[in-house]
Design a protein around this ligand. Sequence first.
Ligand SMILES: *Cc1c(COP(=O)(O)O)cnc(C)c1O
Length: 363
Amino acid sequence: MNRPARVVIDRAAARANLARARALAPRQRLMAVVKADAYGHGVARMAQLYAGADAFGVACLEEAVELREAGVDAPIGLLEGPFSPAELPEIQRLGLDTVVHHEEQVRMLELAPAGRPVRVWLKVDSGMHRLGVEPGQAAALWQRLHGAAAVAGGTVLATHLASAHLRAGDSVDAQLRAFETALAGLPGPRSIANSAALLSRPDTRGDWVRPGLMLYGVSPFEDCTAAELGLAPVMTLRSALISVRRVPAGEGVGYGGTWRCPETMPVGVVALGYGDGYPRHAGSGTPVLVNGVRTQVIGRASMDMITVDLRPVPAAAIGDPVVFWGRGLPVEEIAAHAGTIPYELLCSVRVRARFVESGPPAP
Ligand SMILES: *Cc1c(COP(=O)(O)O)cnc(C)c1O
């Protein structure tokens, strides 16, 4: 038997989540965000499963190349735009869309060699203060882009929300007002919504929506589960027991002996650790499923092993399956235990855990 650590990708769940996003924005176009290797799910595989999307959003040229090489011919947008003028010939050759978030990038396009014209998403900073041109500059930069030979028509006008996931209504309202003021009079499609906004703010739909997290079946909200939102987890991270033993009362388990057995008890060792992307900060008490039964991690995760409490599953034996997150155990819960967000956990899963895909539809 090979090492049993696996990432299982539920294809039916992926398709159902895309359908759910579509249903929320039936008259809009949809850019499926697949940056960071599709949030750790594997970008080429996920682009196939999200083939119904109108476009894909990626963070860099390397990711766009991977998609084109996998045969994706849908539009692909570079969410941070070109990092240097040297990227432009490749952007033109691959027919990519690009965000323009800074005057520097406007200049790159003005100086670009003639070639296939590039569709631009002009990004305006409406209040998040990360990427985007100043609202007051938007109209002038839009004019300059339209005068550039390398720029195709139909520039999309885009912005990104800082706090839609917090349901911070005031902040979203203020950003929407700043965006509309900046764009007054400029023609072209609008794009505002990430997953949280798409799920909670119909007034942010605009012409293009840009969901990421929800497509992977994960809730962007702390006060609402994915199931409540009609989403199903795509990734299940699982492995199996490779040792089962009884440890006497009072003994410590794992590095540093941070967890002491309150009684003589069965302890399982699972072949998966922080080297596979499991968060080391998820300490004793973090839930896991052994044979489908909910129990807990005990002690510190090691690089390739984790110890678990087998008292709730006394019959558990070597080879029995263990689920760390996914179907039956939301990654959102593990993120809360590890003091992080589900995005980070999904992105951190390493290829050491081999990928398999499951066909049957989710129940
Ligand atoms: C990552 C990203 C998204 C998707 O955000 P989710 O919260 O995963 O839905 C949308 N737009 C931009 C610009 C992004 O960088």
